[in-house]
Write a protein that binds this ligand. Structure first.
Ligand SMILES: O=C(O)[C@H](O)[C@@H](O)[C@H](O)[C@H](O)COP(=O)(O)O
Length: 261
């Protein structure tokens, strides 16, 4: 692990986690604004958008607590090869849970969905999304890899994150920024995903994992590692990576907790 371990934050409940997640995201937003006048964030699917909405849609407590959505550029950590209004679409999920709930007339984020004219060809879909990243990141950052200000990640019961699954050859991808997957064990099978080098290159990464159903996998990831995708991310990113969990998810998991200040 590079230097330090990931930060593990455990909260009493999702209601207690949400304000801390908000504070963390705003810190990353403000760092991005200082660095390059924008906040480039990658968002996952699953349960994340709902928790994120709870965090971000609450009224600001002060000027420093403002979510400056008009400075946000939102990308997708992974996406399913379905139309944007399909129930499996991560864009659709984010739209329903968060984007549609940002008050009309308030500043809106710039959102980068997949180009749905390539749904039948996962390789082309991935290539097009990679080109979009090249256009957005390459002029400013190193062209070797994009540098997201923040990636917001989830974990599945098998330890996957994004659409990077345990034991899958995609974990060895070193060239592409965005890769297709045709055999995702979690349906639907055809997807695109950020690759591991891109994920681990982000300035900050936050996993959000709550509920007792996550306990077994968090034990494996944090205690053993087991080569699971989430553990690979932890190992490569150290304390750039933070885990936002609730007590139910980490009960009995032996890993040092940090208090969120
Ligand atoms: O598109 C996807 O399938 C998600 O991006 C996926 O990687 C998700 O983050 C995890 O499966 C956790 O999902 P839950 O939060 O629903 O457990």
């Amino acid at each position: 692990m590079p230097g330090k371990q990931p930060n593990l934050f455990a909260f009493e409940s999702v209601d207690a986690l949400a304000p801390a997640l908000r504070a963390y995201v705003i810190e990353c937003q403000n760092a991005g604004l200082t660095r390059h006048g924008a906040f480039k964030v990658g968002i996952s699917g699953g349960s994340l958008p709902q928790t994120l909405a709870q965090a971000l849609l609450a009224p600001a407590q002060s000027d420093d607590d403002r979510v400056q959505f008009d400075k946000w550029e939102i990308f997708f950590c992974d996406e399913r090869a379905v139309p944007l209004d399909h129930e499996d679409s991560n864009y659709g999920l984010l739209k329903k849970d968060l984007l549609d709930r940002i008050p009309a007339g308030a500043p809106q984020p710039t959102v980068h969905p997949i180009d749905t004219q390539y749904l039948d060809d996962a390789q082309e879909l991935a290539d097009q999304y990679e080109q979009l990243l090249v256009r957005s990141f390459a002029s400013r950052d190193s062209v070797k890899l994009p540098i997201f200000d923040l990636l917001l990640l989830g974990t599945g019961p098998d330890g996957h994150t994004c659409s990077l699954f345990p034991g899958h050859p995609l974990l060895r991808e070193t060239d592409a920024w965005v890769a297709p997957i045709e055999d995702s064990p979690k349906p639907p099978p055809r997807r695109i995903t950020l690759t591991l080098p891109v994920v681990t290159h982000a300035v900050r990464l936050a996993f959000v994992a709550t509920g007792a159903a996550k306990r077994d996998v968090l034990k494996r990831i944090l205690e053993v590692g087991d080569g699971l995708p989430c553990a690979l991310v932890n190992e490569a990113t150290g304390d750039r990576c933070s885990w936002f969990t609730d007590n139910a998810a980490v009960e009995g998991v032996s890993f040092p907790r940090r208090s969120f200040l």
